[in-house]
Design a binder for this molecule. Sequence first.
Ligand SMILES: [Zn+2]
Length: 241
Amino acid sequence: MRGVRSDENDRLHALSERFLAAKQFSGTHGLDVSERMQVEIAAQACILVLELGLAWYEGWSEIIVYPSQFAPEREVVDEAGVVHLTHDAMAGEAWLGGPVILSYEDVAMTADEEMRVAGYNVVIHEFAHKLDMRSGDPNGFPPLHAGMNSGEWKRVFSGAFEDFTKRVEAAESLPRRKVQAALDALPIDPYGAESAGEFFAVASEAFFETPELLAPAYPDVYAQLALFYRQDPLARLARST
Ligand SMILES: [Zn+2]
């Protein structure tokens, strides 16, 4: 993480050690989740709770790592009540009260300077869902700290979500050859338009990875996330450049 102070780094390291002692890793398809891979995942997961504490990750212990993206067979019910069987490839998943599942190929992408996609971090994304799930189904409304205003949170996030959804829809309705460039130009991952819960997870990824894009686009979201995570990644970035 860019601009992390040495005292922060020491605390992150200590937190990661405790995280590793509390969680069990397992690989699928013969993947051996090496110590280096575990440390890499732990450090990214712990960035979110650096100022909150590990208690936020209590109540579950399993981290399942796939070698690459996985496509579980799922039944989903659409708006018309019709059940569909889906096979969508996924980079990660977080279960309420259950495991976090990650594609290692996607985890590794974040660490690789050549491969990284700005703002994309599957570990931060899935662990943000875990924080959100402290108050039940992931709906973009994690438990807030004393002194934070839940009405303000709701107003800021629902306003930004609505605006972002419109921007994604506008990009998608362009002539076909222009769609991808328009989606790439958005300040955060278009996947954030899926639901309020995904918007929170995607905004959290951007908060830590590309705060210089999130803050000017959605300053109120940045401010609420700074209160929630008790961190200021923009200030960190200013220190590192
Ligand atoms: Zn998600």
